[in-house]
Ligand binder design. Sequence first.
Ligand code: ATP
Ligand code: MG
Length: 362
Amino acid sequence: MKIGIIGCGQLARMLALAGWPRGLSFSFLAGPQEDPAPVTGLGPIYRMSEGESAESIYEGLGRPEVITTEREQVDVALLSALKAFAPVYPEAHAVSVCQHRAREKQFINDQGIATAPWRPIDGKTDLIALGHQLGWPLFIKSCEDGYDGYNQWRLNGPDTPLPEIPEGVECIAEGGVAFERELSLVAARASNGKVACYPLTENHHTGGILQHSLAPAPSLPEGLQAKAEEMARRLLEALNYVGVLTLELFLVDGELKINELAPRVHNSGHWTQSGALTCQFENHVRAIAGLPLGPTSAPQPSAMVNLLGVEPPNPVICPDAKLHWYNKSVRPGRKVGHLNLTHSDPSQLHRQVEELVAVLYP
Ligand code: ATP
Ligand code: MG
C-alpha cells in the first residue's frame, strides 16, 4: 500500500520508518519552502507550489491509496479536496476542530469533559476583570497558529503589563490551573472503530517546550488511566476519528482536565518506540491502512529525552539510550532528535534521565 504524508518533518520520518517493515511505501508532500531533510531517502518527495490543485498534488504524490498529515497546521481545504482522490485520515473536520483553540475547547466541553475555564476575547475585553473571574495567572492564547508556547501571553496578576496582541489575531483567555502534573494520553482508533490507548505519560517542559517524558506516568491515582481512556473514546467517536489522537492533560486535585488535543502522533508518545509493544507511529499507520491496531501495553518503565538544539551526547554517557536523530541542522531550541530509555527499575530510569538532562542542558 502507498501512503501519502503531508509534511516532511520528524513525525513523517518516524511514521515511514514504522511502516517500512510492514511493506508499506510512502511519499511526502513538501510545502513550497519546507526542508525535506528528515524524510530524504524514505520515499519520493513532491514539492507543491502555492495554490496547486488537489488533483495535481495527488498525482505528484504518486496516487497514494491513503493520505495522512504529520502536522496540525495543514490546509484543511486541501484535506477536504484530496478526499475526492483517496481516503484522508484524520478527516478534515477533525483537524479543523483541533486547529482552533476556541472550537477545540468548545468541542471538548460539549462532550462533557473539563478544560481550564476559558472565554473568547477581543480588543475590548477587560482582561483584569476576566483574570479575577477565571483565575490568575491568566493565559491569553491565539486561536490559531499556537505551538510550543508561541502566540501565548501570561498575565501573572492584575499588575502585569497587558500584552500587545498583534492586530487581527483571534484569541481566548484561559484561567490558570494549579496542576500537580502534566500528563498526556496517546490514543489510536482503527477504521473498524476499535480504540487502543497507551499508558498515561508524565511530561516535563522547559520554556514551553517538552523536555522529557516518563511512561507510564509514575504513581497515578487509582482509576485515572480508565478515566483518561473514557475521555479519549468519547472524543474519538464524536470526531469519527481514524488514526492517532493525543490528549494533553492537566492533573488537578486528582482529576483530569484537557489542555489541548493534537490530531496526530505526538512528541510525548515517542517513548513507545522502545517502551510499548507497538509504537504510536506503527499504530497510526495501521489505523489509516485499515489494519487492526497492535497492543499498546508497556512491559517496563520508559522515558524520552528531547534533543533541543543540541547534538547527541557521547554514547558513553548513556550506552543504553536509543537515539532517534531527525537529520535536521542544529539551531538553538530546535527539536533535532530524542533519546529513548527503558529500565525495569523506575528509580534507576529516573536517575538516568536526570543525568542525561544535566549533561545536555547544564
Ligand atoms: P505545545 O505546542 O507545546 O503544546 P502550545 O503553544 O499549544 O504548546 P499550550 O499547550 O496551551 O501551548 O501551553 C503550553 C504550556 O503552558 C502548557 O504545557 C502548560 O505548562 C502551560 N499552560 C497553558 N495553559 C495553562 C493553564 N490554563 N494553566 C496552567 N498552565 C498552563
Ligand atoms: Mg500544548
